[in-house]
Design a protein around this ligand. Structure first.
Ligand SMILES: Nc1nc2c(ncn2[C@@H]2O[C@H](COP(=O)(O)OP(=O)(O)OP(=O)(O)O)[C@@H](O)[C@H]2O)c(=O)[nH]1
Ligand SMILES: [Mg+2]
Length: 292
């Protein structure tokens, strides 16, 4: 018998959904940062074995009060992932209030899809604190099993895979078993650059930035990649570039090293910065950037 299915990871921003996806797939597919709203797309990551295929789906963190069309579209990705899941993983941690999670809790309670509540970041909890949170979640979402784990340190992640396989329906694989993700290298490159922007800049800068791969030339010994970083204002462009280009250089070096680690090949990376006024509220630009 062969099993396969879609396991959709949902939760508020910053609870560790992308860290969990990467831990489960054992690849750095989805970008991670200490800032909320890092992930903006649904990103699939597959776990392939002879007798099963789990198609995990990382999603953006749900935003209770979206201020931009971009955020509204990100929420639509989350809501869509309730529709096509065989199993839901609702990820939470001790830093989120029940109030902020009320809408998601309601959706999970109303859904008939099998579900786990993943209590993440247990490396940061006292034993009694963890026990109290497990009890609280059993009461809040009675229909789901609560699994305490640490996506960052890998505690209990293997156990989750076993439990998921038990719930998967009998089905042939959905994707070629050679594949680990639905995303191409261009997308992964643009996300790596975006992650370095999230790590290197503060305030509105990471949220105003979008990265597009303009050209990607594969040569025998080196990949030559040219990316455009779009921001919303000239002042943001100046901040991204930094004094004598130092900030952009740092971001570019960090991104290049990580792209090289991912592809196992040398990379020549060029970053250019352009201004695209109010792109986060412009439907046609959002569509062009893949956010609708
Ligand atoms: N201590 C600890 N930190 C964790 C754990 N899992 C994730 N983190 C950290 O939590 C922060 C957010 O992680 P992400 O994986 O980006 O969270 P996310 O839910 O995908 O966030 P969004 O994409 O913004 O929705 C990062 O700084 C991670 O390193 C964990 O198990 N323990
Ligand atoms: Mg994420």
């Amino acid at each position: 018998m062969h099993k396969a299915g879609f396991v959709n990871i949902i939760g508020l921003p910053n609870v560790g959904k992308s860290t969990l996806l990467n831990a489960l797939v054992q690849q750095r597919l989805s970008i991670i940062s200490p800032k909320a709203q890092t992930t903006r797309h649904r990103i699939l990551g597959m776990v392939n074995e002879d007798d099963y295929q789990i198609v995990f789906s990382d999603t953006p963190g749900f935003i209770n009060q979206p201020a931009y069309k971009l955020q509204k579209n990100m929420n639509d990705f989350v809501l869509g992932s309730f529709e096509d899941a065989d199993v839901l993983m609702f990820v939470t941690d001790k830093f989120q209030s029940l109030e902020d999670q009320a809408h998601l809790i309601k959706l999970v309670n109303e859904s008939k899809t099998p579900c786990f509540v993943v209590l993440n970041k247990i490396d940061l909890y006292q034993k009694t604190e963890q026990e109290a949170l497990v009890a609280q979640w059993k009461q809040t979402i009675p229909r789901c099993e609560v699994i305490p784990l640490s996506a960052a340190s890998g505690i209990n992640t293997k156990k989750v895979v076993k439990k998921i396989v038990e719930l998967l329906p009998e089905s042939p694989a959905y994707y070629d078993k050679e594949h680990l993700t639905d995303r191409n290298l261009r997308f992964i490159v643009s996300e790596i650059v975006r992650e370095k922007i999230f790590l290197n800049y503060t305030h509105e800068i990471p949220y105003s930035a979008q990265v597009e791969v303009e050209t990607f030339k594969e040569e025998e010994k080196i990949d030559r990649i040219r990316c455009i970083i779009y921001v919303e204002r000239e002042s943001q462009k100046a901040i991204i570039i930094g004094n004598k280009g130092a900030s952009l250089k740092k971001t570019g070096t960090e991104a290049r090293l990580e792209i090289e680690a991912f592809t196992g090949k040398k990379v020549f990376l060029e970053l250019f910065v352009k201004v695209k006024d109010k792109w986060r509220n412009d439907e046609s630009t959002l569509k062009k950037f893949g956010y609708s």
